[in-house]
Write a protein that binds this ligand. Sequence first.
Ligand code: ZN
Ligand code: ZN
Ligand code: ZN
Length: 372
Amino acid sequence: MPRPFTVEDHTARMARATAEATAAGLAGLVVAPGPDLAYLCGYSPTAITERLTALVLTAGNEPALVVPKLERPDAEKAVGAPALRLLDWSDGEDPFATAGPLLDPAGRYGVSDNTWALHLLGFQAALPRVSFTSLTDSLPMLRAVKDAEELDRLAAAGGAADAAYRRILEVDFAGRRETDVAADLGALLIQYGHSQVDFTVVGSGPNGANPHHEAGDRVIRTGDTVVLDFGGLKDGYGSDTTRTVHVGPDVPDEVRKVHELVRRAQQTAFEAVRPGVACQEIDRIARRVITEGGYGEYFIHRTGHGIGTTTHEPPYLVEGEERPLVPGMCFSIEPGVYLPGRFGVRIEDIVTVTPAGGRRFNNTPHELGIVA
Ligand code: ZN
Ligand code: ZN
Ligand code: ZN
């Protein structure tokens, strides 16, 4: 078990978030339930509902958490609660009469991306001169640089996903539906300590050519190439790994060739990871390898995405993202080639930036796995 987060951890995160908001020209932040709230103050309501819950961070003020009165006892148990001023409102009252006065009536605020429209519109109606900007636009890197405790959790989540992959190589593929193998993968993630399974992609044969195919009723056959992409949350932090396997040992030449190309792209991009390199440069490096191999037009998505308390977050490794890699950032490197109607190949590891270069949180072999 990793060391539990403490009130000091959350106090420091909220102070840094407030300072970054000020530096970005904002009066503060308004954060609704979801990954940002959990990250900042350690509170995750059991249900996210129409009742307003909002953390308000403003420079010079104690962090304030507005909660429905009936959920106050839960909020008081949050790890960060001792660092918060709790304000509650009861059913039948206007929650914005409680939350509104926490905001500068003419300020500009960063609002967490997953705030319900209902609540943002409520703030806007109560405070017509306040303006809002999304955290993705204003503070995209708020959660991007992980501390040592977070890195431990991400490493453990990666290790658990790796254990699941090793076990899935032993199950039967031929004659079973994609959804059967996906259920096996989900059960293995839970067995190895995940609390939540976010996705279990089993893309067999032509389905592998659709990067976001999840799993369907297709019966897997000997001779299929199968993309396996799976992950979820363990101790609050994400895993996400992809390996491509072949059913049976008779691997067609083109599958071997494409797999080797994707493997080389992933490895070359990984070796380019170091502080100061622009995010887009990692994408360009992976893309160059695949383009030079003749399959550039079939690499149809960005090279990677950040991971932390969610399985998709900044930084994005994509053309146009000029921000530099910073030690502690964690993201996927997942080049792929998708041949419509035929098969797909993707290889994905979670990687963190260290002062000396990249470090992988997924360490299973990259070679084409052979399953039965
Ligand atoms: Zn995706
Ligand atoms: Zn993935
Ligand atoms: Zn991914």
